[in-house]
Design a protein around this ligand. Sequence first.
Ligand code: CP
Length: 325
Amino acid sequence: MPPTTMTEKSASLTWTRKHLLGLQELSAAEITQILDQAAEFKRLAAAGETKLKALSGTVVANLFFEPSTRTRTSFSLAAKRLSADTVDFTASGSSVSKGETFVDTARNIEAMGVDLVVVRHSSSGAPHLLAKHLRAGVVNAGDGTHEHPTQGLLDIFTIREHRGDLSGLTVTLVGDILHSRVARSNIWGLKKLGARVIVCGPSTLIPSHVTELGVEVSNSLDEVLSETDVINLLRIQFERQRSAYFPSIREYAHFFGMNGDRIRKAKKDVLILAPGPINRGVELTPEVADGKHSVILDQVTNGLLVRMSVLYLLRQRQLAMGDAP
Ligand code: CP
């Protein structure tokens, strides 16, 4: 019998990690625990319980040193849905421009009584650095080209919601695998839950040792379409590219863009995911982005629930261990 209230659910928790830095270090059981807790929040929301008291008295700081729409907004709303107080910091307009360091910035904000810090930064490993210097729990909201664990979790949650068990499913990640932290978090999470993962893109955008992560490589989207259950269309990360990785956007879209012709050649029930922001006409056409196979806005909805789950589990552990700042 599934738990029916937050109190009963809390009693069954055994979350042990202080921080959420990546999916690489999580077990399948830990990933499933986050997803199950998110599903519980979804069930409560459907029953009209959209404002919960679980994080009352908790302060969550969102520290964003890179732009964001979905992640920053949904972490902020997730904290509010759980009755936490929130501090939303963006580097632009802050004292970072006067030379204050990343760690000093975070320590000063933590000194205002912050319990959980959500951080996005262009440097891979930035959340790990904060985890060494702060007493607060740290959540990685995207670090350089390394990981974006809550994006991976919300992608997997969305697939699980539509398809159930991931084992036996083939998921193809298309595009800029080289620079994509979303790709890495998806690969770690999907492989741990038993999915087959194909990475597909121009050879210049596929990391040389990626098969060591247990994935298959394809340089032809057309060749893998018929065997793919889920296609996740990754954004070309122009801001992280230091040279030209393909001749033109038009050529990229021709070979790797998802369009109406390719949807018609894919499995009849193929799911189309994209982490956003999407570039209409590049990674996918409007016909695909807004079509019946697209679950792109479901991903956004589920992102709120997954982030509620992460904040809730980390805070429960803090309170249980007595190591809240
Ligand atoms: N998918 C994602 O991380 O979107 P934002 O950059 O808008 O947060």
